[in-house]
Design a protein around this ligand. Structure first.
Ligand code: P6P
Length: 344
């Protein structure tokens, strides 16, 4: 074990950074890591067992639930229930939040918002998928935690992370003191520190967006894409398009190589497609901690005041200079459309 630092060892070591920590958050992160290993086992053998395909039900998002969606959801809720540190789970797969009511969770003070398996439409064709989680501390001090405890801005997150089930399985998380990545070593069944203190390059040449929606994009996004696709050696253009339909995998690649992931509003998704509480907020916390930027085109994602557990938002996330570039085009477009209204 010389030189190997497991997730559990790392969490305990970093617990010392929080003088008042009593180990609850450490145990919560451990519980999430356990569920991630169980989900990984099923994702990795999908195709060999009857875990592919649709369940035949639709979730609150109106999306076909895959067997693995339901399996992952069940595993994370079970792990958080047994762990005793979580009082509420808000899941993409559950219409309402789940109040954890178990003898071991009586004093639980953490809330976990989670997308148990993001990008699950890719599972049946063996493309990378992911889990995203956000950890909040309940604000109420007595009685049962309520939705008001869940609907907190992203700036209130105490931890956030994702698991990417790809060519290898990685867990990446932050507690507000930097970002660290752990790769699962199946031979010992442990996540081992492989990417300490992750930082996203300030600039990059990868952009991730579903250009099939081009005709419905805001003008500022169209102008940014024209900029990205124009030739200019001094600024490394044209950029490269990389989009695999799994936000976690796209953002993870961009975190390592530099790049931007964009899911803007479109006529079909007037508020954007990605969910604020369990996709955008956690990814924004991680990317900002790694030195990047995450906005809805005009304001920080983590400043958005949530009104609903399944609220959606547009998202522009990744290398700081790339996000600022597209925000510039959006601001120009907004000013121009404002002028049109005035002149009109
Ligand atoms: P589209 C997966 O459903 C997801 O939430 C993200 O992981 C992914 O980037 C996006 O939606 C794909 O959506 O509309 O491009 O198929």
């Amino acid at each position: 074990m010389a030189g190997i630092k497991t997730l559990g060892q790392f969490i305990l070591e970093k617990q010392a950074d929080f003088p008042y920590a009593k180990g609850e958050l450490s145990r919560l992160l451990r519980d999430i890591g356990i569920a991630a290993k169980i989900v990984n086992r099923e994702v990795n053998k999908a195709g060999l067992v009857d875990i592919l395909g649709d369940v035949g039900s639709v979730n609150v998002q109106g999306e076909e639930q895959k067997k693995l969606d339901v399996f992952a959801n069940t595993q994370f809720i079970a792990a958080l229930t047994c762990g005793g540190e979580c009082c509420i789970v808000g899941s993409e797969e559950e219409d309402e939040f789940i109040a954890i009511d178990s003898p071991v969770s009586v004093d639980a003070k953490y809330i976990v918002c989670i997308d148990p398996l993001d990008g699950s439409s890719n599972i049946d064709c063996n493309v990378g998928v992911g889990t995203v989680f956000s950890v909040l501390r309940r604000k109420s001090v007595e009685g049962k935690a309520t939705l008001a405890d869940v609907l907190q801005r992203g700036t209130e997150q105490v931890a956030a992370g994702y698991v990417v089930y790809g060519s290898s399985t990685m867990l990446v998380y932050t507690t507000g003191k930097g970002v660290n990545g752990f790769t699962l070593d199946p031979s010992i069944g442990e996540f081992c520190l492989s990417h300490p203190d992750m930082k996203i390059p300030a600039n990059g040449k990868i952009y991730s967006i579903n250009e099939g929606n081009y005709m419905n994009f805001p003008e500022g996004v169209k102008k940014y894409l024209h900029y990205a696709q124009s030739t200019d050696q001094a600024t490394n253009r044209p950029y490269t398009a990389r989009y695999i339909g799994s936000m976690v995998a796209d953002i993870h690649r961009n975190l390592i190589k530099g790049g931007i992931y964009i899911y803007p509003t479109t006529t079909c998704s007037q508020d954007g497609k990605l969910r604020l509480m369990y996709e955008c907020n956690p990814m924004a916390f991680i990317v900002e901690q790694a030195g990047g930027k995450a906005s809805d085109g005009f304001r920080r994602i983590v400043d958005i005041e949530p009104k609903d557990l399944h609220q959606r938002t547009s998202i522009y996330i990744g290398s700081k200079e790339m996000v600022e570039m597209v925000e510039g085009f959006l601001a120009e477009d907004k000013a121009a459309s404002g002028l049109k209204v005035k002149v009109g």
